[in-house]
Design a protein around this ligand. Structure first.
Ligand code: FES
Length: 111
């Protein structure tokens, strides 16, 4: 399927996150401190809560429901540290954020 356009890179603000749908995938875009953009599964690995409703400071992402924390640069779980967010490959081309959804599926952790 290849990389497909998700949104304009100007729509992703540093320290903010937005939720998108593409090819049946729910995708969270995060604007990292320093300007990089990452794309992750949009739902928390714990109990499927929308991560866009949580807190994000440009580095750490915290789910609103039970305060699980993730490193927004890697998707790695920080608390607890035995989980992670699935990451979508991303490309920035001609001012657009392009995402590849093939073979990326949400991950789930313990309850
Ligand atoms: S659903 Fe996210 S921490 Fe529980």
């Amino acid at each position: 399927m290849g990389f497909r356009t998700l949104c304009a890179v100007d729509d992703v603000w540093e320290g903010e996150m937005t939720e998108h749908e593409l090819d049946g995938h729910e995708i969270l875009l995060v604007g990292l401190a320093g300007g990089d953009v990452k794309a992750y599964q949009a739902r928390c690995p714990h109990q499927d809560v929308r991560l866009v409703e949580g807190e994000f400071n440009g580095r750490r992402l915290i789910c609103r429901a039970h305060r699980w924390e993730f490193d927004a640069c890697t998707g790695r779980g920080l608390n607890p540290d035995d989980c992670r967010l699935a990451e979508y490959p991303i490309r920035i081309e001609a001012g657009q954020v392009m995402v590849e959804t093939e073979d990326v599926w949400p991950l789930y952790g313990h309850t």
